[in-house]
Design a protein. Structure first.
Length: 149
């Protein structure tokens, strides 16, 4: 009986000693089935520790989802994601998303309008455009959240 107690105690130690980690929330991504840069952005996000669930949808469904999330045509890009109640539009760097989830500002989410060369998923050798990640506020207004040179 003592040996059994010792084994059970030893097996339970890692459970007691292990720190409690918050579960990483899933990011739902809506994209066109033929978009290679969307898949490259998803790889960037997953390499940064996020878990994604990608859904290939028609352009009509994608534009409807953007509109429902408050993304105007001026803020749009090729894919739209949702995480913890925030919308992530376009080629937003993973570090910006981590900062958003850490700071939790009152906003709809983040957007990188268009498809800037050099943004995550849009890498092209040594060519790189400067771009801004925008914090999208309710009503469609936005402010610069992070500039990327």
């Amino acid at each position: 009986m003592k040996r059994r107690d010792l084994i059970l105690t030893a097996l339970s130690l890692p459970l007691v000693a292990a720190p409690a980690y918050a579960a990483v929330p899933d990011m739902e991504v809506l994209k066109s089935p033929t978009c290679g840069c969307c898949s490259a952005w998803i790889n960037h996000i997953e390499n940064a520790g996020f878990t994604t669930k990608a859904h290939d949808v028609s352009q009509e469904m994608l534009w409807d989802a953007k509109a429902r999330a408050g993304i105007t045509p001026e803020l749009s890009s090729c894919h739209t994601a949702m995480i913890e109640g925030y919308v992530i539009e376009g080629h937003v760097p993973a570090d910006d998303i981590k900062r958003l989830l850490s700071e939790r500002p009152e906003a709809l989410g983040l957007a990188v309008p268009g498809m800037p060369v050099g943004s995550p998923g849009m890498e092209n050798a040594d060519q790189r455009d400067s771009f801004d990640t925008l914090l999208v506020l309710s009503g469609g207004a936005s402010v610069v959240f992070q500039s990327h040179a």
